[in-house]
Design a protein around this ligand. Structure first.
Ligand code: GAL
Length: 670
């Protein structure tokens, strides 16, 4: 002991007490807990991987992120100074606007005011002595997160005494996933779309989705002429020549029993009468997608049992075509054949065979292109070849097309409404020539309020937002901003707040478990079902864990999304902490989502869960608020359990960032 203290004393004489001080760069800390609204947090790079640059000035060190972004550092009273140069990265779009804040123990120490692209960086250099928790925040300046690429450059913390990275990290307690969905019973239960649109003369494929013990046999009463049912697979195929509406009774039988369900088949102009359900390759594989991964997704759709809950589409996103400037020979080649028909790249040797494989499982195949010369990832797109591409997709047996704006900005005259609509109307006309029902999904990130005219240009769904990532700020930011869009959705035309981010995601080839907490995942699925949104699973299907599977196989929850009425939920109330959403159902009942969202207008302090959150928040559901007179019966959809009958109101405790999803029936004459 004596020796150590004399050594320390000698050291302090040599270097002074300062020798114990420490300077830490923000980009050296554990950034995995930094919340980000889009993309992935980057050390020493911008969010898109470019050199950090603010107002023309380059920085070697710092962190690139995207609003809304929060980060907490546990200084534990050992801090001295925090310094940084902050601003919008030059890679951001022109409409970017953000505000930076530095908080200390629930107090704002510094704020930037609104900063825009091109502004010179602002310098922070503040005393953080005695501060326990330091909070770094970038908000979207209340105008949405689009283009908000931001940098904390040269950001460093001086400490009066050393602290390890682990000591500096504030990690929210990890909540263990908890499964609410009960296991399906052995009795047959028919799930999936209860209304199905088809165009006369086009191939018909509808697979009866049913849970229950196998073997199971299927039958159908009143099947119109032209259609046949395979009694062992439950697949209905054929064509309907005439326009018309048919109510077909589907029957599923197994040893324990039998169940029936009426399917409304409408032969006419409209398809996608309920929101499409399926899988898309982007949120897991991105550019790493290939034929084997798509087949594996189809296999897993069946093997996991998801197909029995109504999941149908297997959609290839970007990167299946030739990449004109590719160095990799697998991606390179001639983008089109001598007739101008589009080629797939070496990772997709035979698209027709792939589509036959997917169809052989009772599933459907989706593909991706865009109106510009190139896709967002730089692959061949449909510009000036729209009719040929639609024809080729038809020949291949494609059932779904996501059509993504991307490089069309180079072609479009401007961003006026006619210019925004034009390329989508062109592809619509081309698809109409293909003798196949192809769900048409517009993707242009919500520009020009696409929800107001997506149906007019023939879209079956349209993205209302930029890309989702697996963080609360992205998912909740997108989901809760859908309020007000409800009047534009209905059978055959849906608002699309982007794909699901549960399970193992990651924009390939490296994947990670979703960063959403279990309660945030319940919110995600509940909200997307209430919103009548297309449900496209974004994770690796071959590594589905039990919790993720439970989120995707709750038939009472999925039935909310697939309800025949096709009414999107509206937001009934929002006190900035709690939100209530309500969806009208075909049988006259209402589905209500009570969310402890903590996502409304917030003070800077309120952006930080650890400073403000309660474990649970009491929420009240009142019959009159949702238009129910007198007593009402409530069912908890995740637990598939009756809650009770109530006079006027009922209360429930909702977990932080979680939801209570309730179906409510008036028990008196309304
Ligand atoms: C984006 C689109 C994403 C994904 C990606 C492919 O524009 O929003 O969902 O399709 O392009 O490059």
């Amino acid at each position: 002991m004596k020796n150590i203290s004399s050594v320390l004393f000698a050291l302090s004489l040599l270097f002074g007490t300062k020798s114990l001080a420490q300077t830490l760069w923000l980009d050296d800390l554990d950034l995995s807990t930094m919340e980000i609204g889009w993309g992935t947090v980057q050390a020493r790079k911008s969010v898109e991987g470019n050199p950090l640059t603010i107002g023309g000035q380059k920085f070697e060190r710092g962190v690139g992120t995207h609003a809304v972004s929060t980060f907490m550092v546990n200084l534990g009273g050992k801090g001295k100074r925090f310094s940084a140069s902050v601003g919008v990265d030059d890679e951001a779009g022109d409409k970017s606007s953000v505000v930076f804040y530095v908080l200390a123990d629930k107090k704002v120490l510094w704020q930037s005011g609104v900063m825009k692209k091109g502004d010179a960086s602002k310098r922070i250099d503040i005393d953080v002595r005695t501060v326990k928790l330091l909070g770094l925040l970038v908000t979207d300046a209340d105008d949405g997160i689009d283009y908000d690429h931001v940098d904390w450059c040269d950001a460093k913390i001086e400490l009066i005494a050393p602290r390890t990275k682990a000591q500096l990290t504030v990690r929210p307690p990890t909540l263990a996933p908890y499964v609410l969905t009960p296991k399906p019973s052995d009795l047959p239960r028919i799930n999936g779309a209860k209304a199905f649109g088809v165009r006369p003369g086009n191939p018909f494929l509808y697979t009866i989705a049913a849970t229950g013990k196998r073997p199971m046999k299927f039958a159908a009463k009143n099947l119109p002429k032209g259609l046949t049912l395979d009694e062992s697979t439950g697949r209905i195929t054929g064509t309907l020549d005439k326009r018309g509406e048919y109510v077909v009774t589907l029957i599923a039988r197994n040893a324990p029993g039998q169940s029936e369900l009426d399917l409304r088949i409408v032969s006419g102009d409209n398809i996608s009468l309920t929101p499409p359900m399926g899988w898309n390759s982007w949120n897991c594989w991105a550019e790493a997608v290939d034929d084997a991964k798509v087949r594996a997704a189809a296999d897993a759709m069946v093997k996991s049992g998801l197909v029995n809950h109504g999941w149908t589409y297997i959609n290839i996103d970007d990167c299946w075509m030739v990449k004109p400037d590719a160095k990799d020979p697998v991606l390179a080649g001639s983008p089109r054949d001598s007739n101008g028909m589009i080629n797939s790249n070496g990772k997709f040797p035979d698209m027709k065979a792939l589509s036959e494989y997917v169809h052989s499982k009772g599933l459907k195949l989706g593909i991706y292109s865009g109106p510009g010369p190139l896709t967002c990832a730089g692959f061949t797109a449909s510009y000036k070849h729209e009719v040929q591409d639609a024809q080729r997709f038809g020949e291949w047996g494609v059932d779904y097309l996501k059509y993504d704006w991307c490089s069309y900005s180079q072609v479009a005259k401007d961003r006026s409404l006619p210019a925004l609509k034009e390329p989508y109307a062109v592809m619509r006309a081309a698809l109409d020539k293909a003798p196949r029902d192809i769900v048409y999904s517009l993707c242009q990130y919500g520009w020009g309020d696409v929800w107001e005219w997506g149906a007019e240009v023939g879209g079956n769904c349209w993205r209302t937002t930029g890309d989702i990532v697996d963080t609360w700020s992205s998912m909740a930011g997108i989901g809760f901003k859908q309020a007000g869009h409800e009047k534009y959705a209905g059978p055959g035309h849906w608002n699309d707040p982007d794909m699901l981010v549960v399970g193992r995601v990651g924009w390939g080839p490296q994947l990670h478990p979703t960063r959403l907490t279990p309660d945030e995942q319940y919110t995600h699925i509940s909200l997307w079902c209430l919103l009548s949104a297309p449900l496209l699973i974004g994770c690796d299907m071959s590594t589905l864990d039990d919790f993720t599977l439970s989120l995707l196989t709750n038939d009472e929850v999925l039935a909310i999304n697939q309800d025949r009425l096709g009414r999107q939920a509206r937001r009934l109330s929002n006190d900035n902490v709690r939100q209530i959403w309500v969806k009208e159902m075909e049988d006259g009942s209402k589905t209500v989502g009570l969310f402890y969202a903590d996502d409304g207008k917030r003070t800077p302090v309120e952006y930080f869960g650890p400073w403000t959150k309660k474990v649970k928040m009491k929420m009240t559901l009142r019959g009159v608020d949702i238009g129910i007179k007198g007593k009402f019966r409530v069912r908890d959809l995740w637990r598939q359990k009756e809650v009770g009958v109530f006079e006027k109101e009922t209360q429930t405790a909702v977990p932080y960032h979680g939801v209570a999803l309730l179906r409510v029936w008036g028990t008196e004459k309304q």
